[in-house]
Ligand binder design. Sequence first.
Ligand code: BES
Ligand code: ZN
Ligand code: ZN
Length: 498
Amino acid sequence: MKISFEKKAVGKADAVVVFAAEGGRLTGAAQKLDQKSKGALKRAMKADAFTGGKGKLLMVSGPAGVAWTHIVVAGLGKPADLEARDFEAIGSSLTPLLNRHKVASVQVLLDDETCDAPKDVAAAHLAQGLLLNSYRFDKYLTREPKEKKPTLKSATVVLSGAAAAKKDFETRRKVAEAVFWARDLVSEAPNVLYPESYAEMIRCELGPLGVEVKILGRKETQKLGMGALIAVGQGSAREEKLVTMHWKGGDKNRENVAFVGKGVTFDTGGISLKPGPGMWDMKYDMGGSAAVVGAMKALASRKAKANVVGVVALAENMPSGTACRPGDIVTSMSGQTVEILNTDAEGRLILCDALWYCQETFRPTHIIDLATLTGAVVIALGHEYAAVYSNDDKLPQHLIGAGKEVGEPLWHMPLNDAWDKAMDSAAADIKNISSGRDAGSATAAHFLKRFIRKGVTWAHLDIAGMAWTEKDRPCVPKGAVGFGVRLLDRYVAEYCEE
Ligand code: BES
Ligand code: ZN
Ligand code: ZN
């Protein structure tokens, strides 16, 4: 999508977007258009009972007296209540409407009356929303008829502060591209994206951006004693990989913050096999790792002034003659022995070694892990929030704040000694499932907590309900969300950069 910012509406476009506040009050640019089109806007507003409500759109097709084939009136609600970031949702809602009407190019007239918030920031947000909602994973649709393909190719936002908006949008575009990459990875078929191929994709994408990428295979994981990660990988013909990424954008003496992601490229459940219906969903069981690698791409491409480590554990959880069994006891890299009672609770197994390795190697002060870890979190929070668990009070607040700004909501969940105790095993130091089904996402968090070293500030995000969406959402078309990329990028921008 070509996106530009101009001071004046020059050149031709198929469609134009103008704004109306609550009560149907048109902005200056909209009024002019209404006059030119001989009252087409006011007539259409009346006919459709459109009163400028926030988030509402009115399409006027084929108006007389103007060069555009379509005029869209976008509702603002009360302009005084509008924040710049509200324009993201407006931009996002424009994309499908314009595509439905076969529009290829659009001009958005954001005049000074549109809102009280800074117009340049609003314009950049609008463009970002429009762009984010244009994502499609269509590489395998070889027979899709032309009329089903999206038509929108270019958007120009017209405002007096065009130069400032353009500058602001430069970073937003980089972040959006990182989100698109994460969505591509999550959408990719599991026969194409598996630990080895995924690791190579990470190397090819991030290496050239200046991120130090290292890939560890079985030889190294064995030497390091990653018995928990290996237990998950050993049932598959595809070897597990641990990938580390280091972005050194900050001062040499500045501490590292680390992101750790679950990258199960397909989760059959292993010997504790999942039921067949819906199992295909488990291709997105690498959504946590996609958030991490996507965030690394965003940070490196916008040259964030921070030192950030990414670690992703990649494995395919398969049942086979070499797979681990319920009852197996393995030794994790930390030295703690783990009794595997359910091979479907594999995420925590690969994460415990990734977390330990990350802390031993990079000594981060803060560590944030993301994982599609439990079905239980979907029961608790549905598809509206990811859960955040933490051994700290401030970190979850910072993450929740960052999430709010980018439309990736988190809910702070409690830890409790009783849930820690529920993970005690009679035969080993810890077991990978508790005996009942109570508080399943919290007991999983407590499993991970036992692999956090003293003094390290840690947060765990269970994103099982958020990595994939069955319905269109603002800035997110149905499918892979890329959840976490924007949140982590925002978190670094606000709390880790110099
Ligand atoms: N990958 C699943 C969790 C999941 C469920 C992710 C739904 C996305 C959507 C995870 O590995 C798993 O199977 N967890 C088990 C844990 C149980 C055996 C304690 C679960 O939630 O059922
Ligand atoms: Zn599982
Ligand atoms: Zn899983």
